[in-house]
Design a protein around this ligand. Structure first.
Ligand code: NDP
Length: 342
């Protein structure tokens, strides 16, 4: 399928952290956007934020993404879809709380696109590195060829005793597998390409409506609590972390996944680099030395090794470039300050 250079894009979960940046970049690139929201009250803030784009932005309410046909109306007349609506939190009491909306929501939008998306040429599904890496082999360098089966096993075997982290990770792995399975099953009938994007932890300025710092989205809440509020202990600061990417770079990856022809039917790991929490503390304190000092005896050489993502596919095919930790820290702090949260 050819790339999509203009037209209307459906963004699901359009009021979320990553989605609002995608909506912004799509509008700036000249696309029209139709966003799905769960309740009508979520549109007002976004309509105000993007008022200068007038009727290039519209919203549809999709109350329950797990119901068959939920997106039938939403997909009509759109040229592409960015599917982000999916739970991301670590409070689940059973894996099904995460897996059902993630998998069923993915299936539902693809089925609606198959039956009613006559104009759809490309569908981007936001997956995660949670769908790629397993938390067992820290010597391994992970790429798009890898799948996290470990969390899926944990979810299946442990049920309600599965950790919220594995429940979330299983939901992402199973949802992405569902998408690729759907494409394989219907390859003779569909007129669109699938792209999946696998970001690690996403940090950077928040553009979505957040009423108080307590209500920040999951990834930015951990950044804020650790870097600004000093909530983590020394061991966490020195040894816990992962891979990360700036929210604006993830959003750009989503737009390029539509506009670059070679993106079709590819899976992309979308990681800028690695961190231990103390690295963020140090980057932020270069901007504001009054922030909490964290772990004064941190030695990166002695920190616990973490999973590494070794792919350059996103740079090679899409030409994505990444912001540095210093830029993300600087802009996140400025953004949190604008909100009056530090
Ligand atoms: P947010 O929590 O900010 O946004 C999630 C969006 O999905 C919201 O619009 C939310 O709607 C909607 N949503 C959540 N649960 C459901 C549900 N059960 N049914 C329908 N809609 C639902 O999350 P992010 O922007 O951080 O994440 C967006 C996507 O990116 C997710 O798929 C997530 O897994 C993925 N991702 C995020 C990463 C990160 O670090 N932030 C890293 C890797 C992947 P509402 O506001 O009504 O709850």
């Amino acid at each position: 399928m050819p790339a999509i250079k203009s037209g209307k894009v459906l963004v699901t979960g359009s009021n979320g952290y990553i989605s609002v940046w995608i909506v912004k970049l799509l509008l700036e690139a000249g696309f029209s956007v139709r966003g799905t929201i769960r309740t009508p009250d979520k549109a007002a803030y976004l309509q105000k934020l993007f008022a200068s784009y007038g009727d290039k932005l519209e919203f549809v309410v999709v109350k329950d993404i797990t119901l068959p046909g939920a997106f039938d109306e939403a997909v009509k007349g759109v040229d592409a879809i960015e599917h982000l609506a999916s739970p991301f939190h670590l409070r689940s009491s059973h894996p099904d709380d995460m897996i059902i909306p993630a998998v069923q929501g993915t299936h539902t939008i693809l089925q609606s696109a198959l039956e009613h998306g006559a104009n759809v040429k490309r569908i981007v599904v936001t997956s995660s590195v949670a769908s790629v890496d397993e938390l067992v082999d820290y010597a391994k360098v992970y790429t798009e060829d890898d799948w996290n089966d470990q969390s899926v096993r944990e979810a299946k075997e442990k049920g309600k005793d599965c950790s919220p982290s594995h429940s979330y990770r299983a939901s992402k792995a199973l949802a992405e597998k569902e998408a690729w399975k759907f494409v394989e099953k219907h390859k003779g009938q569909i007129g669109w390409d699938l792209v999946t994007i696998c970001p690690p932890y996403v940090y950077g300025p928040v553009l979505q409506e957040v009423k108080s710092a307590d209500a920040l989205n999951t990834s930015m809440a951990s950044w804020y609590n650790t870097v600004v509020k000093g909530a983590a202990d020394d061991d966490t600061l020195a040894n816990v972390g992962g891979s990360w990417v700036d929210v604006r770079d993830v959003a750009a990856t989503h737009v390029m996944s539509l506009t670059v022809e070679g993106a079709g039917n590819k899976r992309f790991v979308n990681a800028a680099g690695q961190y231990k929490w103390q690295d963020w503390v140090l980057a932020a304190r270069k901007i504001d030395p009054k922030l909490p000092a964290g772990n004064a005896s941190y030695d990166p050489e002695k920190a616990v090794h973490l999973n590494v993502f070794g792919s350059t596919r996103v740079q090679d095919i899409l030409g994505v470039t990444y912001r540095t930790k210093e830029e993300t820290a600087r802009d996140s702090l400025a953004n949190l300050r604008e909100h009056g949260w530090y």
